[in-house]
Each structure stands twice: as C-alpha cells, then as structure tokens.
Design a protein around this ligand. Structure first.
Ligand code: PRP
Ligand code: URA
Length: 208
C-alpha cells in the first residue's frame, strides 16, 4: 500500500516544512513558505508525467525534444489548497485550474462540498489534487470520488503533511493513486488534527 506514497525528503522541502510547523510563523510568512514548498514538491510530483517525442528545429539544426502528452489540471481543495496552487502554477503556467470547496464538520469530521467547478474533458488530463493536510482522508476521498465521477483518470494527490490514518483511507479507496507528501506524521488527535502537524492550515494561511 505504502509504495504509492512518495515522501519528498529534499532538504529545501524539509527546511520550509519545519518553518511552516513553527507556531511563531505568521500568515504572511506562512503563505510565502507554502507557495515555495509547493513549487519544490512539484518537481517530484510531476516526474512521471507522460511525454511524447516531438521534432524541433533549433537555430542550428533539427533535433528531437519532449512535450507533455496531456494537458495539466490543478485542483486545489478550498481553502487551504489555495496556498499551494500559486506555487505549482508558477512551474506549470499553462495548467487549467478547477476548484473544490470542502469543509470538514467539526463534530463528525465528515467533509461537505460547498463549491465545485472543474474544467471539461478531465479524462484527457493529468490532474493534480492539492490539499496541504491529509488528516482522516475524508476530504481527499470525497474530492477523488467527484473527480472520478467527472471522468478524471490520471490523478495524483499532493499533500504537504499526511497522517497514517488518512493515507490508509485514501489507499483503501484508491490503491493505485500516487500520493506525494513532505511528511507522514505520527497520528491524529481525538479531534482529527495531525500530530505534530502544523495546526489548522486554512486558519494559519488566512489569519482566521
Ligand atoms: C482541512 C484541510 C483539508 C482537510 C483535511 O480543511 O485543508 O482539506 O481539513 O482533513 P481530512 O483529511 O480529515 O478531511 P477544512 O475542512 O478545515 O477547511 P479549510 O481549508 O477551509 O480550513
Ligand atoms: N486540517 C488541518 O488544517 N490541520 C489538521 O491537522 C487536520 C485537518
């Protein structure tokens, strides 16, 4: 199960993650660090994108090069996913962007949709689902179910911090889904927060 999960151990990723975890990091700095780490994680998360060979003429001669085979669609989960999508867009500026609004109910920890807008023809695209926190996995599974219903076939999940409980839940429903994270943390607490985690990502990002 765990072999589909890639933990990105690059020193710059781990450096930024530690600053994001730090309770003293304020929203302005948190936003900057989250954008930067998302861009760094994108290199690893997109490494297996399909490419096709194409002919290209340099000013000197003809040669062959590579082109992405499929269009790329980014799908940040609102709100906290917004903090990562800018950084990823900087590396893939031609990507289209969809949005899924999901809110976890505090008492039940069940995720409810409040917004859905996706580009068309997802079946032809590489879809990157973006959510900094994978806690119980309820939000990720709800988002993946909806993306699958809409025809998406090539999906990968980028989550900054993952709990073992969330990974297990996502892998149970989507055993072939590649997951990219900067850390698999110890556990969830009794109210569904990741330990050690970084607190409430949305609140820290937007200062709420
Ligand atoms: C947080 C986080 C994830 C979700 C993870 O969002 O950004 O989307 O919780 O938890 P889960 O794996 O248990 O579903 P939240 O619902 O708090 O909304 P927010 O981003 O607007 O703060
Ligand atoms: N959502 C967050 O923002 N943080 C957690 O630790 C769990 C869910």
């Amino acid at each position: 199960m765990i072999k589909k999960v890639t933990v990105i151990t690059h020193p710059l990723v781990q450096h930024n993650l530690t600053r994001l975890r730090d309770e003293r990091t304020q929203p302005q700095e948190f936003r900057r660090l989250l954008g930067e780490i998302a861009a760094l994680m994108t290199y690893e998360a997109t490494r297996s994108f399909a490419v096709k060979k194409i002919a290209v003429r340099t000013p000197m001669e003809k040669t062959t090069g590579s082109q992405l085979e499929r269009e790329v669609v980014l799908v940040p989960v609102l709100r906290a996913g917004l903090g990562m999508h800018d950084g990823i867009l900087e590396l893939i500026p031609h990507a289209r962007v969809g949005f899924l609004g999901l809110k976890r109910e505090e008492s039940t920890l069940r995720a409810h949709f409040y917004h859905k807008s996706l580009p068309k023809k997802l079946e032809r695209c590489e879809v990157i689902l973006i959510d900094p926190m994978l806690a119980t996995g309820g939000s990720a599974v709800a988002a993946l179910d909806f993306l699958s219903e809409q025809g998406a076939k090539n999906i990968r999940l980028v989550s900054l911090v993952a709990a073992p409980e969330g990974i297990r839940r996502v892998c149970k429903s989507y055993p072939r889904l590649p997951i990219f994270t900067a850390a698999i943390d110890r556990q969830l607490n009794s109210v569904g927060y990741i330990l050690p985690g970084l607190g409430d990502a949305g609140d820290r990002l937007f200062g709420t």
